[in-house]
Design a protein around this ligand. Sequence first.
Ligand code: PLP
Length: 287
Amino acid sequence: QWIYMNGDYVTKDDAKVSVFDHGFLYGDGIFEGIRIYDGNIFRCKEHLDRLYDSAKSIMLDIPLSYAEMQEALVETVRRNGLRDGYIRLVVSRGPGNLGIDPQRCERAWVIIIVQQLAIYPEEAYRDGLRSISVSQRRNIPDALSPKIKSLNYLNNILVKIQSNLAGVGEAIMLNAQGYVTEGSSDNIFIVKRGVVYTPPTYLGALEGVTRGAIMDLCSRLGYAFKEEPFTLHDVYVADEVFFTGTAAEVIAVREVDGRVIGEGHAGPVTTRLLEEFRKIVTVEGVK
Ligand code: PLP
């Protein structure tokens, strides 16, 4: 396994980060999770747009141009010889001193890790996941913008811990007003009477790349689609519920807080969207 570190390719054992790195000390940094399908980097531009926007927003100077970053991704994938897998791209503020001041950090560190990935068994895509709503609240843009994919994932990790304790695959986070926002690391969609809904990201959700791909697919396949606030009640009575994410792709939900969703397995819209999604991933992308 070859890991890209600031322009060098090093082995897993040599890929070491300083204890003074502000990504480690303070979660000061950003990241992306990207998929490779049949040698293509899926929606590379969308991921890099989000990365560079996140960087700009937190005044983090990425020491690579957009084109250089894309090249680094392609080269890291090539060196690892993977046709299908997952890329973790991390940009941290870099090593500094023990104070929080980012001005003390000399330069950002760029790390690219490529790995194989299979988060859910194939039957989970047919059967659907069990899910719960959790007490953690997703922040809205009056605090840190939910559009920044920052290295501060503690809130999401607490959600994951709560879903582990409940023995479910993914959980649903609300915002302080009680609107549904997203999962711990996935966006959420519901289907009701043939209409596909997802919450607007201003309620407190990451602008997911997979979410964007599903919105594109809905319009191509002729599904009525609305970006509209909804509550847990709407989730409980939905015909279908599914999560989307780079790792999870499109995964059905069969139960939320003990309420069976629809027929209790992946419904027709979710199944069709997953099928079509898996078709586009191998043809779209950067080689
Ligand atoms: N929401 C959160 C909080 C995430 O961490 C992720 C995963 O990256 C997503 C949603 C899904 O986004 P994407 O489809 O870009 O992977």
